[in-house]
Design a binder for this molecule. Sequence first.
Ligand SMILES: [Zn+2]
Length: 265
Amino acid sequence: MGGAALNGLPAWVMLLRAPNPGPMTLEGTNTYVLRAPGEQHAVVIDPGPLHEEHLTRVAEHGPIRFILVTHRHHDHVEGAARLAELCGGVPVLAADPEFGTPPGRDIKTDGLSIEVLDTPGHTMDSVCFLVDYGNDRAMFTGDTILGRGSTVVAAPDGSLGAYLESLEKIAAYSGVTMLPGHGPVQPDVAVLADLYLRHRRERLAQVRAAMDAGADTPEKVVDLVYPDIEPGVRFAAEFSAAAQLDYLRHRNRESGTRVDRLDPL
Ligand SMILES: [Zn+2]
C-alpha cells in the first residue's frame, strides 16, 4: 500500500494530537483529519477533549463534511459539539445517540469509503472505522487497540467477552494500517489484534490462578497479579480485574464451555 509518510500515516490522513497526555491517554488523544487528494471536504475522527486551541487547530483544516466518534469516552468526544460549531454546524456521527446521529454501516463521501465495524468491549458503543481510499486501506481503532501498551476493558460499561470477539474480528484485517486513538500508527492492525488476544488470554490465566488461590475481589486479584502496579493506574487495573472476574465467573456458570454469546445490553 503506497503513500505512507515517514510516521506511517497514509498521505490522506493528518494527525493532530490533543494536549491531554496522561496515564490513560498516553501522549494525548489522536484526532484525525481525512481528506482524499483533490477533494475539498475532509472528515474528522475523534475531536478529542474540549480544548479550544486544539479544536480551533482542527477546524482550520476544514471544510469538514462530518465528525465521526469511535466511542463515548470524554477524551474522544467531549469537544465534538464545539468542533461541530466551529465547522459551521456539521453533523456528529456516533454509535451512541447521546453523542450524535448513528452513522450508516457504509459511508461514501468525498473520495473516501468508510465502513463502520462494531467492535464493542472497551465500551459497548466502541466502533472501528475501516477506510478505503483507492488501494489504500486504514483502520481507525479508537481505544479498542492502542498504538502501544494495552487498553482498559472496564466493567460495567466494557465487556471482556465482547472485547475478545471484537479482537478476533479485527485480526482478520491482515496488512491494514492501524491508526489508534492514542499512541503511534502501526503498520498492521492484525498483528496488534493477535498481540492483544495473547495478552488477554495470559492475563485471564493469571486471574484464574488468583481466583483458585482465593482472590474473590478485584482488589485481591490486583494484589496477586500486579504486585508492583503504579498507584496512578491502580484504579484501572481494578476495573480491568472486575471485568476479568465477571468473564471467568460467567464462563464457570456455563460449566466450562466458551461463552460465544454477548451479554444483552
Ligand atoms: Zn481514549
